[in-house]
Design a protein around this ligand. Structure first.
Ligand SMILES: NC(=O)c1ccc[n+]([C@@H]2O[C@H](COP(=O)([O-])OP(=O)(O)OC[C@H]3O[C@@H](n4cnc5c(N)ncnc54)[C@H](OP(=O)(O)O)[C@@H]3O)[C@@H](O)[C@H]2O)c1
Length: 264
């Protein structure tokens, strides 16, 4: 398909998340431009700066921070025409708040994560008008990985904590284990790859909470080494720490939904 016949998309903001959405299949199927804080227009297909933007975009993705949207959101009306569908990736910003700034009701909220480029995002979608989720839009979602249609907007805040921020929490946990492994054995060199493989193997063999529980029991024999470590994890209430981590992210998403203009 030639570039000109592909449906056109504009990315407003081209930061961490935007860059992570650009999978090969997404670029092959769409003609995507981006705009940054310096008002530079860039064609992601030709990888060149362009002088001016296309006249009509099928989709305009909001990939800016919520505080900037609350402050300057109405400036982005100039990128919309009557057919454009707005796709907001912003954490916490509700459809009603988006409608306060943009002169359109064609709005889809999605919560992807930075693994979309590798087709490994689990993306939550929320929309008031279900007709907006047509086959074309499903192609975009599938280029990111799997997706889930939310029935209530608050589910987007849960998804923000679990699937948007979650990958960072998991990376932090794995890294803490890695560091601890190195610290406990300063003399013998611990190979990072071996520990990463340990994580992968435990998860690939145990793909449910039931199996994981049984796995712990199968290793933790009475008064043995595993039980000593597991008892410590329990005494530190690791489950509560995990719950609070997710709840803090969820609560922050809810706070963003009611923040006023200009909040930093
Ligand atoms: N990061 C994640 O993993 C993740 C996951 C899910 C959802 N989100 C959501 O995605 C959004 C973006 O997050 P991010 O982490 O990608 O942020 P980021 O890296 O800070 O990117 C923000 C982008 O906005 C651009 N920008 C600033 N002012 C602008 C303006 N006036 N006009 C056009 N573009 C402007 C910046 O341009 P410059 O490059 O010129 O500074 C930058 O490219 C947030 O709303 C966040 O809630 C992020």
């Amino acid at each position: 398909m030639s570039v000109t016949l592909k449906p056109k998309i504009l990315f407003v903001g081209y930061g961490h998340l935007a860059k992570s959405l650009i999978s090969k299949s997404f670029l092959n199927q769409f003609s995507i431009d981006s705009i940054n804080s310096k008002n530079q227009f860039y064609s992601l297909n030709s990888k060149k700066l362009v002088q001016r933007l296309s006249s009509s975009y099928k989709y305009v993705f909001l990939l800016i921070r919520p505080s900037l949207f609350y402050e300057k959101g109405s400036d982005f009306n100039k990128y919309l025409d009557s057919k454009t569908i707005v796709v907001s990736c912003m954490a916490g910003v509700t459809i009603n708040r988006i409608q306060e700034k943009l002169d359109t009701k064609k709005i889809i909220r999605i919560m992807p994560n930075v693994m979309a480029k590798q087709n490994a995002s689990h993306t939550y979608v929320y929309v008031k008008n279900k007709k907006l989720i047509n086959n074309l839009f499903k192609k975009i979602l599938k280029s990111f990985g799997t997706f889930h249609m939310s029935t209530q907007e608050d589910e987007m805040n849960i998804a923000t904590a679990l699937y948007g921020s979650g990958p960072a929490f998991i990376a932090y946990l794995v890294n803490s284990f890695l560091e601890a492994g190195k610290n406990i054995s300063p003399k013998s060199k611990i190979n990072e790859k071996d520990i990463i493989n340990l994580f992968k193997n435990v998860i690939s063999l145990n793909d449910s909470s039931h199996k994981l529980d049984g796995f712990v029991q199968s290793i933790a024999s009475k008064k043995g080494t595993t039980q000593a470590g597991v008892n410590f994890l329990k005494s530190q209430n690791l489950k509560k720490i995990m719950y609070t981590t997710l709840h803090r992210a969820y609560k922050r998403a809810k706070e963003i939904s009611i923040e006023k203009q200009g909040h930093k």
